[in-house]
Write a protein that binds this ligand. Sequence first.
Ligand SMILES: [Zn+2]
Length: 288
Amino acid sequence: MIFPDIKGNENLKHSLMKLEKSNRMPHAVIIDGGSESARLALAEHLAMWAVCESGGEKPCSSCKGCNLAKAKAHSDIHYAKGEGKTEIYNKDEIMFIIKDSYVKPFIANKKVYILSECDRKLPVISQNIFLKTLEEPPQDVLFILTCQSSKSLLETIRSRAVTFTLESDMNVNEDYLELAKEIAAGMVAKSEMELLMATYKLDERAKALSVLDLVILLLRDGLAVCVGAQAELDSETAETLCKKLTKKNYIELIEITKEAQLNITRNVGLKLVSTDLCAKCRRALWQR
Ligand SMILES: [Zn+2]
């Protein structure tokens, strides 16, 4: 397998090459870790590999299959669209995908389905509908699910797929990281004001989603330090959080932050998202 666009991740590349060489490429793949764009890049890279028509190493990036894949115009690569603004993959869409996956590919040897950001978009009801097909997938099909953490998917989904975890993308925007640290500090501050002031700086949707991604990473770092592991993003914040939070607190705060992200993708006003996030954090930490 050729990897032109994916930096680092040497272990992952090695496992992918091994699977390809031994002809054991799975029918269902979960891509987690890294950033949203890195996950999509790897998903699209695997899709291109699946439809590449080259007799040599794949994806060649120059055959008809690869070019159609790059133009997002390959009839055998299907991107799940999701419903409305929330882009939720509802049960009708999953049922359509399942039915469609039993139809032979049009031009390539494989058909690919990409379902991105499943922790936000693939509800439990849809995951349950998907289960049986993942267990006994049709021939010549590759299902690719991306998510921030595979742990957010049902265990039964995870056990039927191979998970590829990307290294975290440390090319973070410094301003966003500073704001994320402010929010994390606000979460454990004595007064509610600190968190409210910090979250009010989330004045634009894409920025808010990225900053909250970092807040989740900081919280995960805190949890890691608490159990004696290393922080990935910022050890100083992790140490501070570690002194103030229990394991249960971390999990709750991560859930609350994810909920805020979901509300942002649902077009809830940013001020309302901030106020709601603050109220929920206070409530979670009062119960200590
Ligand atoms: Zn090709």
